[in-house]
Design a protein around this ligand. Structure first.
Ligand code: PFF
Ligand code: NA
Length: 453
């Protein structure tokens, strides 16, 4: 057995973990989820979810990876022989996410080029579904769409090249460039957005608290779902990344830095996105609600509209917006892909090169499915299932297994407390053993109920 890979520096690990966390979820998902679930009032369930589940589970995953030193399946099997399958379940979900996450980055890459000429024209929604995606009728699959396929090839070439180079020279080196660049670009974008006319109305709409919504359970589900997806927890990622940490590592502190940086970026994105929405509403004489949206619509139909309306250097602003989606997306895609690469490498005792070629290659091949006519409909359907079922289910299984079936929370706590100045006390154990399992269990039942009735 060759020596297991390791991060070069502590900052390198943190940048990679933050790079995984900060992704499309922060930019195109969080602002609308908050707006739609109580606006300013949403920060209450959001912060509760962050401190009762997000950060506690992130700490737990950092400890698991560090203590047992393996990919997710290997880590779970070292915790308990019979629980290896939990690791594989997570790897499987991550594999699924990677197949479509790559395609969204490809769209952003194409749109960063389109920005310069505003190639999307006046009717941005029609351009997106028609000329660009050739979405056609729902379910009409067939024929590769070159404007998606070509950037998709570029995305995978970059990701596979980084992964081939390994943990330190590939993943760490890439994140050391991507994340500082992303932060600088995004700060410029947000500064520009808040100084646009109408920004204040957008921000007022975003932050206006609707406390009455907090009585609705779906608001709480939205907060927990956002935290899990956004922090990349329960997807094998953080276990895999922390398995490359050196012996002496302050895991608890690293988790706080990662979790708080991700939420900070999320808040920044909310401010930027709603300032820009306020601007387009004011300049077209429409209401905020005509533009408030998330996902594909927000990034690829509304934002081009905003860019069209901007007074000067709008092409450059557009380029920076889509380039930041690309950077945020790439660092997350690299982390998702590393989960199955590490798992294959260990399970089948193959070289990293073979694992990247096989695992990454397979995901790249499958992703071509979404680059076909109508592929966007498959993409949105898969994404919906991942978010409604996958996220809660893998979280619930992980927490119940550790807290109640194999009962390892105490061991993990001792491991971390021997390495950190921040002591994990009863806050941490109660969150993991009581609060999170109950809330996640409830969430799963409620969302399955509404999904299938
Ligand atoms: N945390 C990333 C985001 O907020 O966009 C998304 C993500 C990456 C989710 C990797 C899941 C995952 F496995
Ligand atoms: Na995130």
């Amino acid at each position: 057995m060759s020596q297991r890979s390791q991060w070069g520096t502590r900052a390198g690990f943190i940048l990679a973990a933050v790079g995984s966390a900060i992704g499309l979820g922060n930019i195109w998902r969080f602002p609308y989820v908050a707006y739609d679930n109580g606006g300013g009032a949403f920060f209450l369930p959001y912060l509760i979810a962050l401190f009762t589940a997000g950060i506690p589970i992130l700490i737990m995953e950092f400890i698991m990876g560090h203590k047992y030193g393996g990919s997710s399946p290997l880590t779970f099997s070292r915790l308990n022989k019979k629980s290896e399958y939990v690791g594989w379940l997570q790897v499987f979900i991550s594999f699924g996410i990677s197949t479509y996450y790559a395609v969204i980055i490809a769209w952003a890459l194409a749109y960063s080029v389109y920005s310069f000429n505003l190639s999307w024209g006046e009717n941005t929604g029609e351009f997106l579904m028609g000329s660009y995606l050739q979405a056609g009728e729902v379910g009409s699959v067939g024929g590769i769409v070159p404007s998606v396929f070509i950037p998709l090839v570029i995305v995978w070439a970059v990701v596979l090249a980084v992964l081939f180079k390994g943990v330190k020279k590939g993943i760490e080196a890439a994140n050391k460039i991507f994340i500082p660049a992303l932060v600088v670009l995004f700060l410029i974008i947000v500064l520009r957005a808040v100084t646009l006319e109408g920004a204040a109305q957008g921000l007022n709409a975003f932050f206006a608290p609707d406390w009455s919504q907090l009585g609705d359970p779906s608001v709480w589900t939205a907060a927990y779902t956002q935290i899990f997806f956004s922090l990349s927890i329960c997807f094998a990622i953080m276990i895999t990344y922390s398995s490359y940490l050196p012996k002496k590592s302050d895991l608890t502190n690293n988790a706080f830095i990662t979790g708080l940086s991700n939420s900070g970026f999320e808040l920044l994105a909310g401010i930027g996105v709603f300032s820009a929405i306020g601007f387009v509403a004011a300049s077209t004489g429409n209401g905020i609600d005509d533009f408030a949206a998330d996902g594909v619509g927000l990034a690829f139909a509304i934002f081009p509209q905003i860019i069209n309306q901007m007074p000067f250097l709008n092409g450059l602003f557009g380029f920076m917006f889509f380039a930041s989606l690309v950077l945020a997306g790439l660092s997350s895609l690299i982390s998702i892909s590393e989960t199955y690469i590490a798992a294959f490498q260990e399970k089948f005792s193959i070289s990293r090169t073979k694992a990247v070629a096989f695992g990454g290659g397979l995901s790249a091949l499958i992703s071509i499915l979404y680059a076909t006519k109508g592929g966007v409909h498959i993409l949105t359907a898969v994404d919906r299932y991942v978010l409604t079922v996958g996220v809660g289910l893998s979280g619930l299984i992980e927490v119940i297994l550790l807290a109640w079936v194999i009962r390892k929370v105490k061991d993990l706590q001792d491991h971390a407390n021997g390495l950190s100045q921040i002591r994990l006390g009863s806050w941490w154990t109660i969150c993991l053993t009581v609060i999170t399992p109950i809330l996640l269990g409830y969430m799963m039942i409620a969302s399955l109920y509404s999904e299938f009735t």
